[in-house]
Write a protein that binds this ligand. Structure first.
Ligand code: LLP
Length: 403
């Protein structure tokens, strides 16, 4: 049991807490599901990019799925070996491609024919051969929130099958490209197995047809996307997930790469915020807290649900309230019409499932410093990123101040 009250009084609020033991258990469960096959779990750094979190997964043997050169650098700093690092993303710059090639990561995941051309050119300039995979867009509806759906031709991600084929043929004939993998990622917070299975089948068929033209791949990268329970979702069991994917790979000797983010981190994270005021506008009840959309954006951006636990001595009956922050936007809320007891100044609210896409999507909007992050392992808590102070926020402007 995590003592939220004590942590809030030690570290002050707003505050992110991460339970590393929970994250370990999630990692082990997923890794175990792929037992019997060669596999790499490449932690999707974007879901929680704190160096200590990445380093925790590194010690478990994890690789890293990165979507910017900044994330690649984080992966190296945190001790992820180069041969377990993947670099994806629809818009890599030349500088990013160059650095990734120089760092000899496992492969660059290419998302367009134009990008393949840039990678080839840069590898040629550097006089090396670059390992690549192609991100295939299987045109399957992942049945998730449209903002986090990526596997349809309507989405900007990946290339269609015919383009992928052309890219593999081109790469196979190039001195500077070595096609080693194939990749798909159809969306995030997936709770239906069927779209994953169907995508894996399409991509596995492509692998077979590539084999027949002598393109021999080693890595079958199934992306991330495993959904978690925020409220009452029925989630996919890692074992069923692995079985569904593996059943499409009969006769193929491929290492599975999986890029979980949310599954590893979401429910290992908590966002703690204190009540500042209660107020009413007409019949509408508001609970104003010290955290805001700049700390945890998901409710504002996706109307995402995060369970709220009120830690209070109040014994009143619950009534519905909007939980809002101090930022000057009507969109600054953590919940709408959420049942809560009457709250006092300094009562604590714990927002659950905040370990993925929480801190990382934060900003300094309204000149608010980002929260402190604390990790708990074996019952011991320690700071893994200090709170941002005013001086931090103006550091890059101060010397340029126009007088
Ligand atoms: N691999 C690729 C290529 C991805 O684009 C993503 C996530 C992942 C792996 C990890 O997906 P996960 O296992 O975490 O579902 N900000 C949104 C989620 C955006 C996901 C973007 N891509 C949210 O807060 O729900």
């Amino acid at each position: 049991m995590i003592n939220f009250k004590e942590l809030a009084s030690t570290y002050k609020t707003p505050l992110y807490i991460y339970d590393l033991d929970y994250m370990t258990a999630q990692y082990e469960e997923l890794k175990e599901a792929f037992r019997g096959r060669k596999s790499i779990l490449a932690f999707a750094i974007k879901s929680n990019s704190n160096l200590s979190i990445i380093s925790h997964f590194a010690t478990l043997g994890s690789g890293a799925d990165c979507v910017s050169i900044g994330e690649v650098r984080r992966a190296f700093l945190a001790g992820i070996p180069s041969y377990k690092i993947i670099f994806s993303g629809v818009g890599k710059s030349d500088d990013e491609i160059r650095e990734a090639i120089e760092k000899e990561i496992l492969y660059i995941n290419v998302e367009s024919e134009a990008e393949l051309g840039r990678v080839e050119l840069i590898a040629k300039e550097l006089k090396v051969t670059c390992r690549i995979s192609v991100r295939v867009n299987p045109n399957i509806d992942p049945l998730t929130h449209p903002y986090i759906s990526t596997g349809l031709h309507d989405n900007k991600f990946g290339v269609e099958i015919e383009a992928a084929k052309r890219m593999y043929i081109r790469a196979n004939n190039s001195e500077h490209l070595d096609p080693v993998g194939i990749h798909f990622h159809i969306g995030s917070q997936l709770t239906e197995l069927k779209p994953i299975y169907e995508s894996a089948e399409i991509v596995a068929d492509l692998v077979r047809s590539l084999q027949s033209i002598k393109v021999e791949l080693k890595f079958f990268d199934i992306g991330g996307g495993l959904g978690v329970r925020y409220k009452d979702e029925v989630t996919i069991k890692p074992y069923d997930y692995a079985q569904a994917v593996l059943s499409t790979l009969k006769g193929l000797d491929l290492t599975i790469i999986c890029e979980p983010g949310r599954f590893l981190t979401a429910n290992g994270g908590y966002f703690l915020t204190k009540v500042l005021y209660e107020k009413k506008n007409g019949a509408k009840r508001f609970v104003v807290v010290d955290g805001a959309m700049n700390d945890l954006l998901r409710p504002s951006l996706y109307k995402a649900y995060h369970r709220i636990e009120a830690i209070t001595s109040s014994k009143t009956e619950e009534s519905e309230a909007d939980v809002v922050g101090p930022v000057c936007e009507s969109g600054d809320f953590f919940a709408k019409n959420y049942p809560l007891p009457t709250l006092e100044h300094n009562d604590l609210l714990v927002l659950h499932s905040a370990g993925a896409y929480g801190f990382g999507m934060g900003s300094n909007y309204n000149t608010r410093g980002r929260s402190v992050e604390v990790a708990i392992k074996g019952g011991e808590a320690r700071v893994i990123r200090r709170r941002e102070e005013f001086e931090d926020l103006i550091a890059l402007e101060k010397e340029y101040l126009v007088k």
